[in-house]
Design a protein around this ligand. Sequence first.
Ligand code: DGL
Length: 261
Amino acid sequence: MIGLFDSGIGGLTVVREVMKRLPDYSLLYLGDTARTPYGNKSAEVVAAYGLQAAKFLVDRGARIIVVACNTVSAVGLTAIRQAYPDIPFFDVITPAIATVKKVSQGHHIGVMGTRALVASGIYQHLLSQENNFQVTAQAAPLLVPLVEEGWLDRPETKRIIRRYLAPFKQAQIDTLVLACTHYPLLKSLIIPRMGKRVKVIDPAEETAIALTQWLVEHPAEADSLPLGASHFYVTDFTPQTEKVASNWLKRTIKLEKVELK
Ligand code: DGL
């Protein structure tokens, strides 16, 4: 099975992109809703939580793991890879970086993400191996609860977005990475605000493309994956979470509460 996990329900934006491209595969999703958000926590704690989530999915039969969380992708991959060296892992940063390298003409990119992701300096680190890349990074933590409240088109949300995007506009970036699972749901506000000159990269989409491509290149692994219904697990259940999750995926889904060990 293809397993995906996130700090909460944000990773469903990755699931949505995967389902668009690989609609028949059975997916296992885990959202650590009891401990969300990860974005304001220390790298050490995020890495430990990420490892627990990966273990849960592997124990339930996942043979490919997608780290559908920007924060864990930034600070928690090493521990997970060491624990499961034989499992193919996809994170949401590597495919985004590959696209940045392809599309950025001015080599000045903006990264909007959680505090932990921005503090990790991961984009600066991964792009510093390339010539002349300049990175302007900005944490935008207030957008996470706004998206979860469904305030996708409110004047308040627009005002906050304007505030968060100001440093990118001022820096005259040419490419903006939406480095938090929730931000793709605000694309219709962010893209026009940044203007036509700026390319906006959605890591959820790039990750789903990378996974699909990998399955094409690895037909034996692809054929061994089960088809059928997907399963959605959370570490804390509320009817509201289930409602939001169903809205985002545009289908009714049932969330099952589990405990991580
Ligand atoms: N899903 C998280 C991420 O992409 C955002 C929410 C959180 O801070 O946990 O990093």
